[in-house]
Design a protein around this ligand. Structure first.
Ligand code: F6P
Length: 319
């Protein structure tokens, strides 16, 4: 393989730039040409593709977002869209593609691979919802953003003796809520994978009130539904002064943590190695601190599981 491409797709995540940098630098180290595809699969179909040099990725390892931009493309989901994308890559002489994104992006990469165009996936999403890797790029940074925000909310929650419901991201996944719940010492963690009953959440709040607790924090994953509605129900049921904060897209931005930069560098470099070995149709990941890879079919047929021991621990520590 002499020439490869790289794109970012789906929701952006801090550390995507570090992954792009690793792909570009590792490719150039091995004397490959590397092309950046702008705007994800949408840009791929349009031929929005430019050659990258060592300097193209200078000064980006610390930057959030993605210098290649990102998009969610409907047209690319069609057979026609995928064929157009392959034609574009052929025009540029690109022989393999690295896709940095989440499971939706890997479905696209899998389709291209099935059509004879080798792709490697690099997991980049704050949700940490992809099987086959212990962590996705961006999760650690987003977690720390949440931890910092909840610490601040706790200050005012104590001053005013209030209950807070804090809605965090995670469309179908509770990892951000669960980890933040443990890290912030939340009273309850409400996640899609394991629903604590409303009655039990209320009972815990009331027990805390009897013990003289000055505030309570409930962390809710957006996949469960509206934090606003949940907060209203809590206030109605407990008569406690309750406020809701929806953290929203603040969780997706910011400078990547040291962990995310290192993870992105390791995974981006491994993706290049695989393409150089003529391998496509796989996603790279980290398991037990070892860089691994799995066939797309293994990843996309499975559902990410949360760590139930951590969930239990969170409950035990918040009695
Ligand atoms: O997948 C990452 C994520 O941030 C989810 O947690 C969230 O539900 C979704 O993206 C939001 O997507 P958008 O930015 O398109 O509204």
């Amino acid at each position: 393989m002499k020439r490869i491409g790289v794109l970012t797709s789906g929701g952006d995540a801090p550390g995507m730039n570090a992954a792009v940098r690793a792909v570009v630098r590792k490719a150039i180290f091995h004397e490959l040409d590397v092309y950046g595809v702008y705007n994800g699969f949408e840009g791929l179909m349009e031929g929005n593709i430019k050659k990258m040099e060592l300097g193209s990725v200078g000064d980006i390892i610390q930057r959030g977002g993605t210098i290649l931009y990102s998009a969610r493309s409907m047209d690319f989901k069609t057979d026609k869209g995928q064929k157009i994308a392959i034609e574009q890559m052929k025009k540029f002489g690109i022989e393999g593609l690295i896709v940095i994104g989440g499971d939706g992006s890997f479905r696209g990469a899998q389709k291209l691979t099935e059509k004879g165009f080798p792709c490697i996936g690099v997991p980049g999403t704050i949700d940490n919802d992809i099987p086959g890797t212990d962590y996705t790029i961006g999760f650690d940074t987003a977690l720390n953003t949440i931890v910092d925000a909840v610490d601040k909310i706790r200050d005012t929650a104590t001053s005013h003796e209030r209950t807070y419901v804090i809605e965090v991201m995670g469309r179908d996944a509770g990892d951000l809520a669960l980890w933040a719940g443990l890290a912030n010492g939340a009273e309850s963690v409400i996640i899609p994978e394991k629903q604590e009953s409303f009655e039990s959440v209320v009972a815990k709040l009331k027990r805390g009130q009897v013990r003289g607790k000055k505030h309570s924090i409930i962390i809710l994953a957006e996949g469960i539904g509206s934090g606003m509605d949940y907060g209203k129900r809590i206030e109605e049921e407990t008569k406690m002064d309750t406020r809701v904060t929806v953290l929203g897209h603040i969780q997706r931005g910011g400078s990547p943590s040291g962990y995310d930069r290192v993870l992105a560098s390791r995974l981006g470099a491994k993706a290049v190695d695989l393409l150089m070995d003529g391998i496509g149709g796989r996603m790279v990941g980290i398991q037990n601190n070892v860089v691994v890879s799995h066939d797309f079919s293994e990843i996309l047929d499975k559902k990410h599981e949360i760590n139930m021991n951590m969930y239990e621990l969170s409950n035990q520590l918040s009695i």
